[in-house]
Write a protein that binds this ligand. Structure first.
Ligand code: ADP
Ligand code: MG
Length: 243
């Protein structure tokens, strides 16, 4: 018996959204994720740490080496919103939530996702051959892994504005109510202390690509008042290509 199967009423439906290679199922009031032990452990530790820290996320129900069962965050993925009013509400609500996350005390967060960790991890992905060169952003279409790596080192920021980041902030990893109000975040396996532009880069790319550049601009205005560093935005979008 696996965790969660003790609930006789649970019937598990496969969920197709997501891109990590993990497999996810939806039960009546919980989610079950299967993946490699390191990824599952990383997510379990982070979701436990984030609980009760003013950023809504799932609670752990069961954790085994290759399986994590969590409570369901209510709502649906933000990417499914269609009306202009709900999208605007989601943008504003998510910007406010990201401020709350970024304002958590860095010293309380045990997960280091600074460049000292993530750049070597990107190198390791090149060595392991796991970079998906068929899924690069349009600006890097056709690039080799060596070219990606050279650009990563050429554009690596000299300093980091460290905050607690989600580090995989896409519109499928954010859950919303029908009116767009954010109900929580999921998929926190990469959460940790990183430059705030790590989150700003990924969320604005998704907002502009899935919806409209207007939504990305609105997000940054609401998130303000800190000035956005475009070179860092570009760098963190490049860094994400490796994972
Ligand atoms: N605890 C949860 N509550 C609500 N939705 C969830 C939960 N866990 C996963 N999901 C849904 O399943 C999708 C895939 O899960 P996710 O953890 O993001 O996997 P992946 O690593 O494959 O992206 C999410 O985008 C979300 O829609
Ligand atoms: Mg996901």
């Amino acid at each position: 018996m696996t965790a969660g199967e003790g609930d006789a009423a649970a019937s598990w439906e496969p969920v197709t959204a997501g891109r990590s290679g993990a497999r996810v199922w939806r039960g009546t009031d919980r989610y079950r994720k299967h993946g490699d032990p390191a990824g599952i452990a990383a997510e379990a530790h982070r979701v436990t740490w984030l609980a009760g820290r003013r950023v809504p996320c799932p609670r752990v129900v069961g954790h085994r080496p290759r399986e994590l069962v969590t409570t369901a965050v209510p709502g649906r993925p933000a990417v499914e919103l269609t009306t202009a009013a709900a999208r605007d509400r989601a943008v504003d609500s998510l910007a406010d939530l990201l401020r709350t996350l970024h304002d958590l005390p860095v010293r309380d967060c045990p997960f280091d996702m600074s460049l000292a960790v993530t750049v070597p991890a990107a190198e390791a992905a090149v060595t392991a051959g796991t970079v998906d060169l068929a899924d690069l952003d349009d600006v890097r279409r056709g690039w080799s892994a060596d070219r990606l790596r050279a650009e990563l080192h050429r554009t690596r920021p000299a300093s980091e504005d460290l905050v607690v980041c989600h580090n995989d902030l896409t519109l499928t990893n954010v859950l919303v109510a029908d009116d767009g109000t954010v109900t929580g975040v999921v998929d926190v396996a990469r959460l940790g202390v990183a430059d705030r532009h790590s989150d700003l880069a990924l969320v604005t790319r998704d907002l502009a690509g899935e919806w409209h550049p207007y939504h990305a601009a609105r997000f940054l205005t609401r998130y303000g008042p800190s000035r956005t560093d475009q070179a860092k935005i570009d760098f963190f979008q490049l860094l994400d290509e490796f994972f």
